[in-house]
Design a binder for this molecule. Sequence first.
Ligand SMILES: [Zn+2]
Length: 271
Amino acid sequence: MPELPEVETTRQGLLPLVDQTIKEIIIRNGSLRWPVNPNLNKILTDKSIRSISRRAKYLYINFEHGTLIIHLGMSGRMQIINGNAKAEKHDHVIFKFINNNKTLRYHDPRRFGSMHWVTTEINEHFLIKSLGPEPLSENFNAGYLYQKLRAKKQCIKNSLMDAHLVVGVGNIYASEALFLSNIRPQKQSLKLTKKDVNKLVNAIKFVLNAAIQKGGSTLNDFTSVDGKLGYFQQEHQVYGREGLSCYQCQNPIQKIILGQRSSFFCKICQK
Ligand SMILES: [Zn+2]
């Protein structure tokens, strides 16, 4: 599943499309998680992309008169293709541009992604309005997180994956950040000290920034906008390493299930 670093990498890869004008949008299959607005072509033809931004795992393609909110779901990706190569299976929405022979394709084999055209206040949109702070913003800091965790009896791993608390810290990055901050994933949230929370906030920002710098990726078949593969999971410290030696202490990494998701940790390094 594309996580925040892959979405940010995708955003950066799409930036050459800013100021480009839409010539045509072809919806080959609008049955995504929610139906794609069938009038998209009419709405966006001859309109120029003003900017491309991101909120949580949503890409915002901003036009003067509204925003197209795109989510990549479980298996979606956006690709810029040179020339007029034939669309492939699972290329569900195709964007063509005036004065540019590139096409942008939304490709999504499992069709859990989405595309919403929004002309009202975007922060009030049902997908966006209850999202917590961005993990890489100043609003996500130790003071904020400590305050939020004080009332939480659930384990810290599940708290980190709650989008009301903070967005975009997926399963892999939660495991990695907890390892770097020496905190067991199953530890009760309210038992974290201020020092723990401080380390954890720094670790979350560190793992996400490192992944963005490496071009995103966590998923073996993830391909970034220009077709380059992202980095693979052998670079993870604990995620996916059950039974292998911890890089810090050589003890075997353990796996447990929390909130129906696999979690990996070292029982020596993490308390
Ligand atoms: Zn260890």
